[in-house]
Design a protein around this ligand. Structure first.
Ligand SMILES: C[S@@+](CC[C@H](N)C(=O)[O-])C[C@H]1O[C@@H](n2cnc3c(N)ncnc32)[C@H](O)[C@@H]1O
Ligand code: SF4
Ligand code: SF4
Length: 417
């Protein structure tokens, strides 16, 4: 079999060894510089694994290289992958089919509900988009908005998708419109329901989501549980009004509500940007949290007698295996990168199958912009040894780049020449 590095593997030389990070599955390992050189020579000379193994003189060396190949294969570091097939099997589509909403959350990144951003699509156009999404046979489809349950075509779209899609069907809702009439059907139709709460009581929730929302959401969660919803994930955005309640929020979800929880980072977009001064957490130095956390992980791993602490590798799947479609059918890499500069196309104008699986979207201007923000391409980070470990989100990279934090980064460790 042809020997080839996975396209999504990145290398960081470090003294006598090379760190190999797979951004497709976030797996990683160290190999010696000597092995790295041997592998690169073998790839250049189009040798097979067997030819490389056989080229060693002693049985001990052959065994060592054989084991190295086993590990590299196991971690998906090498291999002649069919990326289109791989992406096809793992495709996740998030569809914000409406921009309308019954709430006006202070942080809403979409500024939903204001009719500022233009007309909603007609029912036929929504069905056309649903058809095109289902024809991709994605692994998951997530309906979001705006508020999906506030839209008059919500159940039509749900039924239409369910009639042709067997994968993970997910819903993101503010939970305020769940009632005795719809709870059982919601529980039945969706594999997972994400509900935003953004607080631990009426007072804290009201600061973000408005008055009398908290009670309605808790009632909605209880109704879904009563009707046997398979998976409920309750979320809170980490901002000034909620930061001090994070632990109480986790306890509320786990102990009182019996649901999973998620704490989201606050994005300074839409109304989040307009209300930034009121919502944003007080500034921290960029790596203060990360450094503490990494130190703790390292100490924990040392305590467990693990041989070596392995960091978390950047592994964003936006515009690779995950796409976001907005209420006008516009395609973006993800909900955070939904601005014009990241626009990849429009579902209503594209042959979606060809566009996604034959990677036509990679020719768009928006994809070009996305590439610029990948850590290994970004001025400032591209020659830094920390580039695979600093970030999880491209939106975060963009923000730190634009604010000048990266230019003045004191954590930078340059590659040796
Ligand atoms: C835009 S909402 C749409 C679905 C539904 N209306 C809801 O509130 O859950 C999807 C998710 O994005 C989150 N969100 C909105 N604005 C945000 C922001 N500025 N930063 C981070 N998350 C945000 C919401 O809290 C919610 O969990
Ligand atoms: S976060 Fe959700 S509920 Fe709140 S205004 Fe935005 S779309 Fe509506
Ligand atoms: S320059 Fe700073 S932000 Fe960029 S990768 Fe290095 S340590 Fe991270």
């Amino acid at each position: 079999m042809k020997l080839i590095w996975n396209e999504y593997v990145h290398f960081i030389p470090d003294k006598e060894r090379v760190f190999v990070g797979n951004t497709m599955n976030k797996d990683c390992m160290f190999i010696t510089k000597e092995c790295y050189q041997i592998l690169n020579d073998a790839i250049k000379n189009e040798l097979s694994e067997k030819q490389v193994i056989d080229s060693f003189q002693t049985e001990k060396e052959r065994q060592y290289v054989k084991e190295l190949f086993e590990i590299l294969n196991q971690k998906g570091m090498i291999g002649d992958f069919n990326y289109s097939e791989l992406f096809r099997d793992n495709l996740k589509i998030t569809w914000a089919f409406t921009d309308q909403c019954n709430l006006r959350c202070r942080h809403c990144a979409n500024s939903s509900g204001e009719m500022k951003r233009g007309k909603e699509l007609e029912k036929e156009e929504l069905f056309e988009i649903a058809d095109k999404i289902c024809a991709l046979h994605p692994k998951s489809i997530c309906l979001t908005g705006g508020e999906p349950l506030y839209n008059p075509y919500f159940w039509d779209i749900v039924d239409y998708i369910k009639s042709q899609f067997n994968g993970d069907f997910r819903l993101m809702t503010n939970g305020t419109l769940i009632n005795e009439e719809n709870a059982s059907k919601l529980a039945e139709q969706f594999f997972s329901i994400d509900i935003s709460l953004d607080g631990v009581d009426e007072e804290s929730c009201a600061k973000i989501r408005g008055k009398h929302v908290f009670g309605k959401v808790i009632l909605g969660i209880k109704l879904l549980k009563k009707h046997g919803a398979e998976r409920i994930v309750v979320s809170m955005v980490d901002c000034r009004a909620t930061h001090e309640h994070i632990q109480t929020f986790k306890d509320l979800c786990t102990n009182e509500l019996g649901v999973k929880y998620m704490v989201r980072a606050f994005d300074r977009v839409g109304r989040g940007e307009e209300n930034r001064s009121e919502l944003e957490n007080p500034p921290l130095t960029i790596f203060e949290n990360d450094a503490d956390e990494k130190k703790e992980n390292k100490q924990a791993s040392i305590k467990k007698n693990e041989k070596r602490y392995m960091p978390d590798v950047f592994g964003c799947k936006a515009a690779l295996m995950e796409f976001y479609i907005d209420y006008r059918g516009q395609i973006f890499p993800c909900p955070v990168l939904d601005s014009k500069e990241f626009l990849l196309g429009n579902v209503l104008q594209e042959d979606l199958e060809q566009y996604i699986f034959e990677r036509k979207y990679m020719e768009s201007k928006g994809y070009g912009t996305l590439l610029q923000y990948l850590p290994w391409n970004l001025p400032g980070c591209s020659d830094c040894k920390n580039q695979l470990f600093c970030y999880t989100c491209i939106g975060d990279i963009k923000e730190k780049y634009e604010s000048g934090i990266i230019k003045n980064c004191s954590e930078k460790i340059c590659f040796e020449n």
